[in-house]
Write a protein that binds this ligand. Structure first.
Ligand code: G4P
Length: 527
């Protein structure tokens, strides 16, 4: 095996998908803790204080005013290199959250077992499905009163349309949570509460029929044995191929806040989740262990500090070896970019990593000449595909206070649209420009950037648009007819694609029914 192939084989790149408050931040912290990347619990979870102490990004952040600390966390575990990509939730939920998932090879789905499958999880899982991304599931918060475990599995299968293969099974819950039974290893991992337990603190009892269990917690173990009968009958045995195909998810139970069940997830990611995969480019399929470097940009993080106009482009390496100081070609602009100031991401130390391989993420500072979807290589014309724009769900019209600034507004919107900060639609009927987003924060970002970077004071107003669909039709006469008839609902996006803007769900359904030959797309590829 070449040294590049060896480096690729030991890499795992994944993101966490969850609804807000399911425990993503807590689990992230525990994953870093287990791997030894951080020493103490309580260092990552800075959501409420706004601080991320594990970051070696403090300097860069101070210099550039860009918060990149929690965007990518790289750490080692069992001689593997793990890249954990943050999927911003809460008020940071945006198109970035979706697009991050196009840069991972697997995902960890965290479900609050008291609540079950929630709205954001459904959305994120649908994005994973676009690339058949393998999913590991963690049912969290068993130290609380939660829902019936079998019912939870049913709900995942029903709502998310993915087979569940329980790997562990909970024994009790809430005050009587005793631990989990590891179905594949036939052993019981005993639960003891406590946030700062030593990582090797879990006591293990071999065998579900071990009489010690009847002495320790007769009621709960009897109940668990009965449930396991049902589980064996009703659920699916773990099938690695089905997991890799994205049709089955191994399910683990535990309590993130108590460090319980976390190690099993890390092991599953290492033992079962795929190493960086090949990627489609328009020219050809690119294999991760090829000699030559290549990669694509899936996220741009802009600086909110008006003194620093820098942006960081997050680039996923797809093949070869990145080395500091190497020249890489920005293929859209056909221009070399010196990679001296490129940054890499380590959760544990301040050391700058000098090389990166497929699956790793590097950050390229730039002044706005990099867009989402841009491809880089050592020269070969490779345009990576599969970095989609997602149909926005929130819409606002844009007006400006000073009409003399209309040119600046259009320029700003064009650039912010191309960069992927927000989607910009120009109605065919000539009405006000419309901005589309998937998270409200995107509007705040755009407003402040228009002000700082383009000197435009813009006002956003609600509008009656419910959803957007990109439209296409092979029959050009029919498309022209469609355009003529529905001109009031049609717009062009920043890349000039025709888009149908529906005022409500029923209207969209009717349009689809009335124009069966016209296709309505919920995503579009970067062009
Ligand atoms: P998020 O990033 O997915 O939004 O979730 P986060 O980790 O912030 O967790 C949301 C809340 O759930 C937090 O409580 C956290 O402590 C709690 N939590 C996470 N894992 C567990 C668990 O295994 N058991 C229990 N009982 N709670 C858990 P909070 O009150 O919102 O915040 P805090 O005051 O604890 O910081």
């Amino acid at each position: 095996m070449s040294s590049i192939a060896q480096e690729v084989a030991r890499r795992r790149t994944f993101g966490i998908i969850s609804h807000p408050d399911a425990g993503k931040t807590t689990l992230t912290e525990k994953l870093l803790y287990f791997s030894g990347a951080i020493q103490m619990a309580g260092t990552v979870k800075g959501k409420k204080t706004g601080k991320f102490a594990t970051s070696d990004w403090m300097e860069i952040e101070k210099q550039r005013g860009i918060s990149v600390a929690s965007s990518v966390m790289q750490f080692d575990y069992r001689e593997h290199v793990i890249n954990l990509l943050d999927t911003p939730g809460h008020k940071d939920f945006s198109e970035d959250t979706y697009r991050v998932l196009t840069a991972v090879d697997s995902a960890l789905m965290v479900i609050d077992a008291a609540k079950g499958v929630e709205e954001q999880t459904i959305k994120l899982l649908n994005v994973c499905r676009l690339r058949a991304t393998p999913i590991v599931t963690f049912m969290n918060k068993y130290d609380r009163e939660v829902r019936d475990s079998l019912e939870l599995l049913d709900e995942v299968e029903d709502v998310l349309k993915i087979q569940c293969a329980p790997i562990t099974w909970p024994i009790g819950m809430g005050k009587t949570f005793r631990g989990v039974y590891h179905i594949l290893n036939d052993e019981i991992l005993l639960f003891s509460p406590g946030e700062d337990k030593n990582v090797d603190d879990v006591e293990v009892i071999k065998g579900i029929d071990n009489p010690r269990l009847d002495e320790l917690f007769p009621l709960e173990i009897e109940q668990t044995r009965m449930e396991l009968e049902l589980v064996r009958g009703a659920s699916h045995p773990f099938d690695l191929q089905a997991f890799l195909a994205g049709t089955q998810t191994p399910v683990f139970f535990g309590s993130a806040i108590n460090n319980f069940g976390v190690r099993e997830i890390l092991n599953a990611l290492i033992d079962w989740a795929p190493a960086p995969q090949h990627r489609d480019a328009t020219a050809r399929d690119v294999k991760p262990d090829e000699e030559k470097f290549s990669g694509f940009v899936f996220k741009i993080q802009a600086n909110m500090d008006p003194k620093h106009r820098d942006r960081i482009a997050f680039l996923r390496v797809c093949s070869g070896k990145f080395e500091r100081g190497m020249k890489m070609k920005h293929l859209r602009l056909d221009r070399d970019v010196a990679a001296n100031s490129v940054v890499t991401f380590m959760a544990s130390s301040r050391e700058q990593v000098e090389e990166a391989y497929a699956g790793d993420i590097i950050g390229v500072p730039n002044h706005g000449n990099i867009q989402i979807g841009d491809s880089f290589s050592e020269g070969e014309k490779l345009a990576f595909t599969g970095i989609p724009y997602f149909a926005p769900e929130l819409f606002r019209t844009v007006r400006i206070k000073n009409p003399l600034k209309v040119k600046q507004l259009l320029k700003g919107l064009q650039q912010l649209g191309e960069e992927g900060a927000v989607q910009v639609f120009k109605p065919l009927s000539g009405a006000d420009m419309i901005l589309g987003a998937v998270g409200v924060l995107q509007y705040e970002v755009v407003k402040s950037r228009l002000e700082n970077e383009y000197g435009v004071d813009a006002v956003f107003e609600n509008c009656v648009i419910h959803s957007a669909r990109w439209v296409s039709c092979e029959d050009s006469r029919m498309l022209a007819d469609f355009e003529k008839n529905l001109i009031l609902n049609l717009a062009r996006d920043a890349a000039d694609n025709l888009t149908y803007l529906a005022p409500n769900r029923v209207n969209l359904q009717l349009a689809e029914e009335r124009w069966p030959k016209v296709r309505f797309h919920a995503t579009r590829e970067h062009s």
